[in-house]
Design a protein around this ligand. Structure first.
Ligand code: H53
Length: 828
């Protein structure tokens, strides 16, 4: 029995449906009636689908009761608007929530089937790029577990994030047809479809009662069809909804074209409409200003707002109390068009006067900013915006005019500041600034870690902060201990549960209770054995995926995250090359054997990031095959890093690389997953690393590098990377080695774009931090040799990671921003 199956009784009223016999029967029924197969001829996918349906059936009752309760209570509902939800596979997590993994395992094995194999069948829905999308998934898990009425609203991309393979050391992108074999976790609700307008122009007119009004005459209309998935809380009756929208051609629109006799034209337009939700843009933290992307954002936001208005009506509530029923969170600027859309719906369609509508809008929305990177800040060329959303542009102009009047009173005579605050950037080509729209239209603005929130107030949003200091707050991110510990690391879960009970699964702060065991030799031995077993599991995955054999007794030093210059995977690459250089130049060098594990995707158009992958694999290729290294260093790049792969990686890691340049990583959430699973951090004073270090203690954290303050100071003084290079002989030699083509079969041009940039500009200050990083790694090397001390640190690290649960984060959002509370579900 796994920790997840502990003694907590699931409150499902009809326990009999959860008995082994009835699970078996339901499974065989689905195999026959849903898949049309018998056990003898069923494919693995048939078996998986039948099991998934069996489990989904067991969620439907509480799903139903949940929405009935929320409607009856007219409970304030959190609407989490996010262009990405990186959910990870559902089956394992739903079994965990229901508490039936054990029974299901037995039921399957009595049918001669292996649950683990069925779990591996699930195609993970990769509907997100990285941290932002995964945060949304952790948050909706916590909302359900905390029994808070909530809906996650997003886009049902037909193709999620690309599937990454590595060929000759380079990233190759393959399409992710995740819906190929069907998605058993969704239910389509065609009856709740809505219409979304796009393009065209506006007309002014006077209505029958003499009121001045505006009519939007769109160029086209697209239908939005909701697909719902159940999000069960852990061992509670609440099952919330993730509602993702798919674009379809509207019939009205088809008929119009048909009637003109243009059959192929109609079909073509149908295809064009459906393109809207075809594919997820694969850029994390950089925007391209593509029209389709703006259409995607507007599409899902409009669908969601219309849906909320429908629910409001269904609950018998007036539109004017919309803000009492819904608290809408904007996950980054992607859904910020919602501010203008809610205004449009209220004014144009529900005839609410402007001031009242604006009041409602501001009380409804709150905005989370996730980055300070300028390339991630969304702004749309005004003309493009007008082409897609002519009515919204008018509304934004009006919001802006009123807002700037207020700002002029506040900042009397300071026109430079007024220009900086404006929703329209007029410094050159004109742009609509989406972050400004989000700030003006929200009652709360938050950063995702304390440093990030401070920097927002000091730099990026300083003018808004000066105007509305009370709107700003900080909400440090968190991750769900259900998926990231109970499900991913059942061995650790079981040990912890044996010692302190299973309360930690719902209340991760209780993990503190294992702190006294840090000095318990028997516990420490088990802790070590668990880590080793997890490392063996990962080693076999690595062998399967890359053909590289690694030693489970070497230190597993891991950096998994999106590939980006600011995250500095190449800093690690430089250090690995330096270790190699040392090994080659000192025959008897005594080093701690290490396996450096990397994983992550580069945006397909981000050439530097792709070259960083090539640099890592090229260095690895040389090192892994050089007999002088005697297998003391291995470098592995795991292809297609995803939630599924992460579940195998975090529990096996011993050292977590969190090495972004200070001031660049807003928070990071991988850092938290590693810490919870007992990996020590080597990191900079960036994002949530700072808070992790505060919690676990300085002696349990390997700190290096410049602080954000020092980074600013150095930049102000004028940063010259060459000054740092001259001081460091080893680094110089390493750079020369790479430059000479040593790692690229003599091709000295291959890495030149990376290396030349480091020497001449180095915007992420690798050279400034290199020395400190290498020295820190030497301390890690020494520390790892003392197995007992290392294990002690690892236990303390986990024990003190209580703050980093998304339950804590969601609790804070509920109290301080959403004013939402738990509403226990009434069973029918
Ligand atoms: O959001 C994470 C942070 C992380 C930040 C990330 C993020 C994206 O993944 C995409 C866009 C964006 O603006 C920010 O980089 O630091 O932990 C969740 O807050």
């Amino acid at each position: 029995m796994s920790a997840a199956d502990s003694s907590v009784a699931h409150p499902e009223h009809d326990r009999s449906s959860l008995s082994r016999e009835s699970l078996k029967r339901a499974f065989l029924d689905h195999l026959l009636y849903t898949q049309g197969k018998s056990l003898e001829i069923a494919s693995k996918n048939d078996l998986y689908q039948s099991l998934a349906h069996t489990v989904r059936d067991r969620l439907v009752r509480s799903w139903f009761d949940t929405s009935a309760t929320h409607q009856k209570r007219n409970a304030r509902t959190v609407a989490y608007l996010s262009a990405e939800f990186l959910m990870g596979p559902y089956l394992g997590n739903n079994l965990l929530s229901l508490g039936i993994s054990h029974e299901i395992r037995l039921a399957m094995s009595e049918l001669g089937l292996d649950l683990d194999e069925l779990l591996r069948q699930e195609e993970e829905p990769g509907l997100g790029n990285g941290g932002l999308g995964r945060l949304a998934a952790c948050f909706i898990d916590s909302l359900a577990t905390l029994e808070v009425p909530a809906i996650g609203y997003g886009i049902r991309y037909e193709y999620g994030i690309f599937y990454q393979t590595i060929m000759d050391g380079w990233q190759v992108e393959n399409t992710d047809a995740w819906l190929r074999y069907g998605n058993p976790w969704e239910i389509q609700h065609a009856e709740w479809a809505v219409q979304v307008k796009l393009g065209g122009h506006t007309e002014q007119y006077t209505d029958d009662s003499g009121r001045f009004r505006v009519r939007w005459v769109p160029e086209k209309t697209v239908a939005g069809v909701p697909f719902d998935s159940p999000i069960p809380g852990y061992r509670v009756d609440t099952t919330n909804t993730l509602r993702l929208w798919r674009a379809e051609a509207t019939e009205a629109f088809d008929f119009h074209t048909f009637n003109r006799g243009d059959y192929l034209g109609a079909v073509n337009k149908k295809v064009t409409s459906e393109n809207l939700t075809k594919v997820l843009y694969p850029n994390d933290e950089s925007v391209q200003g593509k029209e389709l992307r703006l259409e995607q954002q507007y599409f899902f936001v409009s669908c969601s707002l219309q849906d909320m208005l429908r629910l409001q009506q269904h609950r018998g509530q007036p539109v004017t109390s919309f803000h009492k029923s819904f608290a809408i969170q904007l996950n980054d600027t992607h859904p910020s068009i919602g501010v203008a859309e809610l205004m449009r719906l209220l004014i144009d369609e529900h005839l609410v006067p402007w001031d009242r509508a604006w009041d409602i809008t501001r009380q409804t929305f709150s905005y989370t900013n996730h980055t300070l990177l300028p390339e991630a800040l969304e702004r749309w060329p005004l003309e493009l915006f007008r082409r897609v959303l002519p009515r919204h542009l008018e509304i934004i102009f009006e919001i802006n005019a009123r807002f700037l009047n207020e700002a002029r009173i506040h900042f009397f005579g300071d026109e430079t500041r007024i220009a900086r605050l404006s929703l329209i950037d007029e410094s050159g080509e004109r742009y609509v600034r989406m972050a400004h729209l989000a700030c003006v239209g929200s009652h709360a603005i938050n950063g995702v870690a304390d440093l990030h929130s401070e920097l927002l107030k000091r730099d990026l949003l300083k003018d808004f902060y000066a105007m509305w200091p009370d709107k700003f707050t900080s909400m440090t991110n968190g991750v769900t201990p259900r998926r990231w510990v109970a499900l991913s690391n059942p061995r650790m879960g079981k040990l912890v549960t044996r010692c302190i009970g299973d309360g930690w699964i719902k209340d991760w702060s209780r993990i503190r209770e294992i702190e006294p065991y840090a000095d318990d030799a028997a516990f420490a031995a088990e802790w070590r054995a668990i880590k080793r077993a997890n490392k063996i599991d990962l080693a076999s995955l690595l062998l399967r995926k890359t053909g590289i054999k690694v030693d489970p007794d070497s230190m597993f030093d891991v950096q998994v995250k999106r590939i980006h210059e600011y995250k500095r995977q190449h800093l690690s690459a430089l250090h690995i090359a330096a270790l190699y250089h040392r090994v080659k130049s000192q025959r008897n060098l005594d080093i701690t054997p290490r396996t450096f594990i990397f994983g992550g995707k580069a945006a397909p158009g981000y050439m530097r990031a792709k070259l960083m992958i090539k640099l890592i694999t090229a260095i690895g290729d040389v090192i892994n095959h050089d007999p002088d290294v005697r297998d003391r260093i291995k470098v592995v790049f795991i292809p297609n890093f995803s939630v599924t792969v992460g579940q195998c990686v975090y529990p096996a890691a011993e050292l977590s690389e969190q090495i972004s340049l200070a001031g660049k990583e807003a928070s990071g959430t991988g850092n938290m997953k590693f810490a919870m699973n007992g990996a020590l951090t080597i990191g900079t004073m960036d994002g949530a690393n700072i808070e992790i270090r505060d919690e676990v203690g300085e002696d349990v954290f390997f700190l290096f590098g410049l602080t954000a303050e020092e980074v600013y100071a150095l930049r102000r003084e004028g940063y010259r990377p060459m000054d740092f290079l001259r001081r460091d002989g080893e680094l110089h030699a390493v750079i020369e080695l790479i430059r000479s083509g040593f790692f690229s079969r003599g091709d000295s041009a291959l890495f030149a774009p990376l290396i030349d940039d480091l020497l001449n500009h180095d915007p992420y200050m690798l050279l400034a931090d290199y020395d400190s990083y290498a020295a820190c790694h030497s301390r890690v090397d020494q520390a790892y040799r003392d197995t007992q001390a290392w294990t002690r640190m690892s236990i303390l690290n986990t024990a003190r990671s209580g703050k980093f649960s998304s339950d804590r984060a969601i609790g804070e959002y509920c109290d301080r921003i959403w004013k939402a509370r738990a509403v226990p579900v009434e069973k029918r």
